[in-house]
Design a protein around this ligand. Structure first.
Ligand code: MG
Length: 471
């Protein structure tokens, strides 16, 4: 039987005061503090209604184990992560549910390098938690709370160091920032103004109810940004998620570009300036990334899906650039974590160095059509389905880093992957034409559905068919 888990693919998540109560947060902090053994821990939180409550519970739990807590306050996740490294903390805790709906919140635990803990360390915290092996301190050895860190200023200054400030100032770009009422409101507009951009904002007041738009910067949520960019004749539109680690861009025509395109653009110019470097991306990313990395003579490393895996792989391979299709870009010369402000600076640097508009720059990239689908699958059949599927396609060109990815001769590909949280398989087909992507998706949806149905019949067939009365 699988052991109980606290941490999902991206920290601990739950609905406020249902799963995620102050009591639960306190216990997580007992376990985390016991793991860090009286270390110096930075605690930060996003703009959700429940974030101060949970941050206070976490702080209480940490000081009760003898840890010293540095209060980083309300800040973007990447700002807290940077401060952990910059101030040489022993670790950090961030209260955030990223782009989830407002009733959710979450807890992320970071190592001293500011990157989320690797899986084996999460397991240690889980073990302390489930066994109640908390190391609470004596009354005279409790931790203290310090609150004099300028997390936001330190972060803005650090990101600015990677910007071509003089050239950007000279251009005087007009930029619309849609912060989605998230914590990016506190940093990105200010950062861009400080480097000489003219900034107009949308939803740039922190509000944990997310009144402006859903917190995830998906194209369907960004119509207001797109039309505002056109109306005010801006050079660029930037949309953030709730904790400001992801950025999605619109060009000057108000066209929204999904994250694999902005990441491919960054990868291209990064490789032009840094030939032969390694670029890290999950298997869910577009073939576009591979085309660009091949063309500009880089080395591409595919990973499992999940930002922690991308960041930890980058550190291991000393890679400077990583990215995800959802708009998360990792730039190690600053910090190998997803960072929307750093991503915005990389895009501006490209615009200023090439003298081109974003629409032109993106037009130069190859085009792929992506079709997504899903097939229901009970949790208990996920692994069997995967095994059967892998056997079925073994004569094709496949990659099994995470689910099954099949590559075809005509540069089309399909990724078939069990969801980590929901009872379903997700399919991502892509091809040079929309028709081919659709056909591919349909074909493999059918294959997966047939496989699952067969497995279900078999598992039902194996059980007694008659109900028995309980005695
Ligand atoms: Mg996020």
């Amino acid at each position: 039987m699988e052991s109980k888990r606290l941490f999902g693919t991206n920290g601990i998540r739950g609905i406020t005061n249902e799963e995620l109560t102050p009591e639960f947060a306190l216990k997580i902090a007992y376990a985390t503090g016991s793991f860090f053994k009286r270390g110096n821990i930075l605690v930060g939180y996003d703009g959700r209604t429940s974030s101060p409550m949970l941050a206070n519970a976490v702080t209480a739990g940490l000081i009760s184990t003898g840890c010293q807590v540095y209060n980083g306050g309300m800040a973007p996740t990447p700002a807290i992560q940077y401060a952990i490294k910059h101030h040489r903390m022993d670790g950090g805790v961030m209260i955030t549910a990223s782009h989830n709906p407002p009733q959710y919140n979450g807890i992320k635990v970071m190592a001293k390098d500011g990157v989320e803990l690797p899986r084996e360390k999460e397991l240690k915290i889980e073990k302390i938690f489930f066994n109640n092996k908390f190391q609470l301190a004596e009354w005279n050895a409790l931790g203290e709370i310090y609150s004099k860190l300028n997390v936001l200023e330190t972060y803005i200054e650090a990101v600015k160091r990677h910007a071509d400030i003089e050239a950007i100032r000279e251009k005087g770009y007009k930029i619309v920032v849609d912060a989605g009422n998230g914590v990016g409101s506190l940093t990105l507009p200010r950062l861009l103004r400080e480097i000489g951009c003219q900034v107009l904002t949308l939803n740039a007041n922190v509000d944990g109810t997310f009144p402006g738009r859903p917190s995830e910067p998906r194209p369907e949520n960004l119509q207001e940004l797109a039309s505002l960019v056109k109306t005010v004749k801006a050079d660029l539109g930037i949309a953030l998620d709730g904790d400001a680690d992801r950025a999605i861009f619109t060009d000057e025509k108000g066209q929204i570009h999904w994250g694999d395109r902005s990441f491919a653009l960054i990868a291209k110019h990064f490789l032009i300036e840094n030939p032969k470097e390694t670029v890290v991306t999950p298997v869910s990313s577009s073939q576009l990334i591979k085309d660009v990395v091949d063309e500009y003579k880089g080395k591409l490393v595919w990973t499992k899906v999940g930002s922690i895996t991308v960041a930890r792989t980058m550190l291991k391979m000393k890679a400077k650039l990583g990215g995800e299709e959802n708009g998360g870009v990792f730039y190690a010369p600053h910090h190998p974590v997803r960072d929307s402000a750093m991503t915005a600076i990389l895009i501006l640097n490209i615009m200023v160095r090439t003298g081109k508009r974003l629409s032109e720059l993106l037009r130069e990239l190859p085009t792929y059509y992506i079709e997504k689908g899903k097939v229901e699958c009970p949790h208990e059949l996920k692994q069997k389905t995967l095994a059967e599927l892998t056997a079925q396609v073994k004569n094709l060109k496949v990659d099994t880093i995470d689910g099954v990815k099949i590559w075809f001769e005509d540069k089309s590909a399909i990724l078939i992957r069990p969801s980590g949280t929901e009872p379903l398989y997700r399919l991502y087909a892509e091809a040079k034409t929309k028709q081919r992507a659709k056909t591919l998706l349909k074909k493999y949806e059918k294959t997966v559905r047939t496989l699952i149905n067969k497995l279900m019949d078999r598992s039902i067939g194996g059980k007694p068919k008659r109900f028995h009365h309980q005695s």
